[in-house]
Design a protein around this ligand. Structure first.
Ligand code: ATP
Ligand code: MG
Length: 228
C-alpha cells in the first residue's frame, strides 16, 4: 500500500531522515520507535507531504506521491495526525466535526465523545482531545492513518480508551503507522516495528525481536525501555 524508497531529508548538514526504505501492506499496523530526534516525525512530514524530501521516493496505492501536497494526499486517502493536537479549540466537539463532515454522529460516537459533543474542545481532558483529533482525521475517510505519538501525555485510563479505539479501527481493516515512545501501549497493536536512530533504519521486526536487539538496546541506553 505504501512504499518508501531511499528517502532522505536534510536540514542543512543534518540528515534527519537518511536513506530509509520500507513498505506497509494493506491492513497492517506498523510501529515506528526510536530515541528523541531520531527523525520519526520528519519521516511522517515527508510521507504526508508537509515537507519535500531531499531525495528518494514515496508510493501510495501504486502511485508516485513524492512531493505531493498534504490536501492532495488526504484526497487519495493518506491522513496523518500531529504530535501537537490541531483542532478548533473554541468550537464544540460537534462543531468541529460539522466543519468537516456530514457523518458527524458516526464519528463522534466511534470516538466515544457523544456524551461530550457540546463541550468546547479547549475544555476537554487530554484523552478526549486526542480522540477528537483522531476522529477528525478519520472523517477524511483515510485508507491509511499516520499517528504521531497518540499515547503521549495520556493517563493509563485515557491510554486504555485510546487503545480500544485503535483496536476497533484495526478490526475494521484500517492500515496504520504509529510513532510512539510508550512501547507497551504500542506493542498491543502493531505486528511489526521499525527502529529509527540518527535518521537511519536501525532494525525492523516483530516487537519482541526489536526490543531484544543489541543495536536497539544500545540506542535506547539511558532512555530506558519505556522511552522518554
Ligand atoms: N524543520 C526543521 N528544521 C531543522 N531541523 C529540524 C526540523 N525538524 C526537525 N529537525 C531536526 O531533525 C531531527 C529529527 O527530528 P524529528 O522531530 O523528526 O525527531 P523525532 O524522532 O520525531 O523526535 P521526538 O521523539 O522527540 O518527537 C532533530 O535533530 C531535529 O532537531
Ligand atoms: Mg517526533
Amino acid at each position: 500500500m505504501l512504499k518508501v524508497k531511499n528517502l532522505t531529508k536534510k536540514f542543512g548538514e543534518l540528515e534527519a531522515v537518511s536513506n530509509v526504505s520500507f513498505e506497509v501492506k494493506e491492513r497492517e499496523c506498523l510501529g515506528i520507535i526510536g530515541p528523541n530526534g531520531a527523525g520519526k516525525t520528519t519521516l511522517f512530514n515527508v510521507i504526508s507531504g508537509f515537507m519535500k524530501p531531499t531525495s528518494g521516493r514515496v508510493e501510495f496505492l501504486g502511485m508516485n506521491i513524492t512531493g505531493k501536497k498534504p490536501h492532495e494526499l488526504v484526497r487519495l486517502g493518506l491522513t496523518r495526525t500531529f504530535q501537537i493536537i490541531r483542532v478548533f479549540k473554541n468550537m464544540t466537539v460537534l462543531e468541529n466535526f460539522l466543519a468537516i463532515t456530514e457523518r458527524e454522529e458516526e464519528f463522534i460516537k466511534e470516538m466515544g465523545l457523544w456524551g461530550k459533543r457540546d463541550y468546547l474542545a479547549k475544555d476537554l481532558p487530554q484523552g478526549d482531545l486526542r480522540r477528537l483529533n483522531i476522529g477528525m482525521g478519520l472523517a477524511t475517510n483515510p485508507k491509511m492513518l499516520l499517528l504521531d505519538e497518540p499515547f503521549s501525555g495520556l493517563s493509563p485510563k485515557e491510554g486504555a480508551e485510546l487503545g480500544a479505539v485503535i483496536k476497533r479501527l484495526k478490526e475494521k481493516g484500517m492500515t496504520m503507522i504509529i510513532i510512539e515512545h510508550k512501547l507497551k501501549e504500542l506493542f498491543d497493536h502493531v505486528e511489526r516495528v521499525l527502529v529509527l536512530n540518527y535518521g537511519r533504519l536501525l532494525c525492523e521486526g516483530a516487537p519482541e525481536e526489536v526490543v531484544n536487539d543489541a543495536k536497539v538496546v544500545e540506542a535506547y541506553l539511558g532512555v530506558g525501555y519505556e522511552g522518554a
